[in-house]
Design a protein around this ligand. Structure first.
Ligand SMILES: NC(=O)c1ccc[n+]([C@@H]2O[C@H](COP(=O)([O-])OP(=O)(O)OC[C@H]3O[C@@H](n4cnc5c(N)ncnc54)[C@H](O)[C@@H]3O)[C@@H](O)[C@H]2O)c1
Length: 337
């Protein structure tokens, strides 16, 4: 298939491009590089040993979208979005414009081009503070911050379009906590500024870029008092997209599917596993809880197995070893020497 990947230069997008090329698909990436580097795409092609097409443009720009779809795409994988929860509280309009506005523009361009297949990057954030864990897809949906609201609204917009156009099909992948890197160490997570996510923060402390880790909350009702999340290797997540494309091929309507391992680890378990993988000490301070955080969140991944034939293959030690290989080989990320 020929796949348009919006946001394909980003963290999850770049790993998914490798998996798509390796599965024999043709790939066009549309990315404005607002949170990524074109170097990632050079490395994707180097790893896969195959070329991809890159359009430096914005999903809110109809001309850029038409150009990206003009080769006749069979499906779109839509990663492009702003994703920092804290920033979304400070600049909600920027998030509504980029994420929701961008998704509307994309759906309009797909309609113009007659493209009917979509795989969408949703998030476990749409469950807000869940009543029980593991979380199943039919759990109540609620947003607790503007970023989460954009994901929820985007899911609903896509669902409405699928209702209106019977031939349209969308797979809404609700990711839990993607971490790790490609085993080559050539691509990985390269956050701009202070990392919002735990694993890149730990990795930057281990490599000496930051002094200490702050652990938000040591008094959660969890076995060691720190928050518990469902960490998922980014290559497992990338492979879930390839499966979702195959599943979505003859599927009409919108289908939400959790992508997680079904097992939670605490912050301190992740720190210990990273120390083991890297041979480095990661000093940390336990500080107050962060507003909007939840004690524990992990997925019920049975639907992904039933519908996509997918289940996570890589464990915590591999996630940490691969993240460390990337960080140690690229201490300043893609912009480094
Ligand atoms: N990383 C996570 O923990 C996580 C968890 C759940 C869901 N998601 C979702 O997965 C998707 C990818 O996340 P990621 O971690 O790879 O983020 P990322 O920031 O690394 O990748 C997003 C990419 O989209 C591009 N982009 C943003 N706005 C754009 C626009 N208007 N036009 C063109 N390109 C644009 C950015 O330059 C970047 O390359 C996002 O939709 C995110 O909300 C991520």
């Amino acid at each position: 298939m020929h796949i348009l990947v919006t946001g394909g230069a980003g963290y999850i997008g770049s790993h998914t491009c490798v998996a798509l090329l390796e599965a024999g698909h043709e790939v066009t990436v549309l990315d404005n590089l607002c949170n990524s580097s074109a170097v990632a795409l050079e490395r994707v092609q180097e790893i896969a040993g195959k070329p991809l097409a890159f359009i430096h443009g914005d999903i809110r720009n109809p001309d850029d979208l038409d150009r990206a779809l003009q080769g006749g795409a069979d499906a779109v994988i839509h990663f492009a979005a702003l994703k920092a929860v804290g920033e979304s509280c400070e600049k909600p309009l920027a998030y509504f414009d980029n994420n929701i506005g961008g998704t509307i523009a994309l759906l309009q361009a797909m309609e113009r081009a007659g493209v009917r297949r979509l795989v969408f990057s949703s998030s476990a954030t749409v469950y807000g503070e869940p009543d029980t864990v593991p979380v199943t897809e039919d759990a109540p949906l609620r947003a607790t911050n503007p970023y989460g609201r954009t994901k929820l609204v985007m899911e609903q917009l896509i669902g409405d379009c699928c209702q209106a156009v019977p031939e349209m099909g969308a797979v809404l992948l609700r990711y839990f906590n993607p971490v790790g890197a490609h085993p080559s160490g050539r691509i990985g997570e390269d956050p701009a500024g202070i990392p919002n996510n735990l694993m890149p923060y730990i990795a930057q402390v281990a490599v000496g870029r930051r002094e200490r880790l702050q652990v938000f909350g040591g008094d959660w009702p969890t076995p060691d008092g720190t928050g518990v999340r469902d960490y998922l290797h980014v290559m497992d997540l990338a492979e879930a997209h390839v499966r979702a494309l195959e599943f979505g091929r003859d599927q009409a309507g919108a289908r939400a599917i959790n992508v997680g391992t079904g097992r939670g680890y605490s912050v301190l378990e992740l720190v210990r596993a990273f120390e083991q993988a890297s041979g480095k000490v990661v000093p940390y301070d336990v500080v107050g809880r962060r507003v909007g955080d939840v004690a524990e969140l992990w997925a019920e991944p049975a639907l992904a197995e039933a519908l996509l034939g997918w289940r996570a293959q890589r464990g915590l030690a591999t996630m940490c070893a691969d993240a460390w290989r990337w960080q140690a080989g690229n201490p300043q990320g893609y912009d480094g020497p």
